[in-house]
Design a protein around this ligand. Structure first.
Ligand SMILES: Nc1ncnc2c1ncn2[C@@H]1O[C@H](COP(=O)(O)OP(=O)(O)OP(=O)(O)O)[C@@H](O)[C@H]1O
Ligand SMILES: CC(C)(CO)[C@@H](O)C(=O)[O-]
Ligand code: BAL
Length: 280
């Protein structure tokens, strides 16, 4: 197994991918912020199935963090990440500096409406502008045929799909299922912030979502079910940012035309913010 080639500039990445593209190879990209776990690795495996060549980007993107958020504390471990990518025979890692992505004088933004409204945006108003901007730049840097995003960040996946459609970016976006710990907690780089006690409590989050789904499928009133689930979460110590049932395709409100519903949640446990979602 060879370690991935590491590219730190957009120019070097483009030059390296050019021969593969000219030879008609299919290129897949997996954008990440590093601190890789099995959730990320499942995206890489999916990318492997989809393409001849896999590029994983590792970039903790400052424009999606508000000044009071955890940009500085965000876990970073490039050597360990590269070891994991080596084990999966990933050919290329794109690890740009903040200066490379946002050179002095940078003055452009990307704003997506539709699915970015509400949910995360109500609590992290800057977030999707930062994600849409950096994903646009990453896709333009690698020009992949396909890019894989996790359903764990379901609203992000919907926003990226909308941005790619609206801007005619020639990349197919694939959503991959959420990988969970054995007790059901969605894997997330931020789980390392949890104390041992908080980690035990955290398992109530997916358990509560599963109860919500069971009750909705039994036909219980959605408003009652959500109010009770919110109280359950608060009783075990979560502070709830949102717990909402949405149309699974548009992320708008559930209407008569809704084909699939999705329950989405964001909570705080001490200083850690957790998000999760499940199809109903
Ligand atoms: N448990 C998971 N299952 C599937 N995909 C995941 C999982 N966790 C993250 N991803 C996906 O990996 C990609 C990179 O995510 P990111 O690097 O932010 O990791 P993260 O674990 O979500 O970190 P954070 O704690 O910042 O939310 C995103 O497309 C995200 O949806
Ligand atoms: C898509 C992404 C890599 C953009 O920085 C990030 O939001 C993430 O890791 O989910
Ligand atoms: N996984 C999404 C990146 C973020 O929450 O900042």
């Amino acid at each position: 197994m060879a370690a991935p080639d590491v590219y730190r500039t957009i120019g070097d990445l483009r030059a390296a991918l050019k021969p593969a593209r000219m030879a008609g190879e299919r290129i897949a990209m997996v954008p990440t912020m590093g601190a890789l776990h099995d959730g990320h690795l499942s995206l890489v495996e999916r990318a492997r199935d989809e393409a001849d060549r896999v590029v994983v980007s590792i970039f903790v993107n400052p424009t999606q963090f508000a000044p009071h958020e955890d940009f500085d504390a965000y876990p970073r471990n490039e050597d360990r990440d590269l070891e994991q990518l080596k084990a999966l025979s990933v050919e290329a890692a794109f690890i740009p500096s903040v200066r490379e992505m946002y050179p002095h004088g940078f003055a452009t933004g990307v704003t997506v409406g539709g699915p970015s409204e509400g949910l995360e945006s109500a609590f992290r108003p800057h977030f999707f502008d930062g994600v849409a901007l950096v994903v646009t730049k990453l896709l333009l840097a690698a020009m992949p045929d396909v890019a894989i995003f996790g359903e764990k960040d379901y609203q992000q996946l919907c926003v990226v799909r909308r941005m790619v459609r609206d801007l005619n970016v020639p990349t197919e976006i694939i959503g991959a299922p959420t990988v969970r710990e054995s007790d059901g907690l969605a894997m997330s780089s931020r789980n390392v912030y949890l104390s041992p006690d908080e980690r035990k409590t955290a398992t109530s989050l997916p358990a509560t979502l599963r109860e919500v789904i069971e009750r909705l499928e039994r036909g219980d009133d959605a408003h009652d079910v959500l109010s009770q689930a919110r109280r359950t979460l608060e009783d075990v110590g979560f502070k709830v940012d949102y717990l909402e049932l949405r149309d699974g395709e548009t992320l708008g409100p559930v209407t008569e035309d809704t084909q699939s519903r999705r329950i989405l949640v964001a909570v705080w446990l001490g200083r850690t913010r957790l998000i999760d979602n499940m199809a109903v």
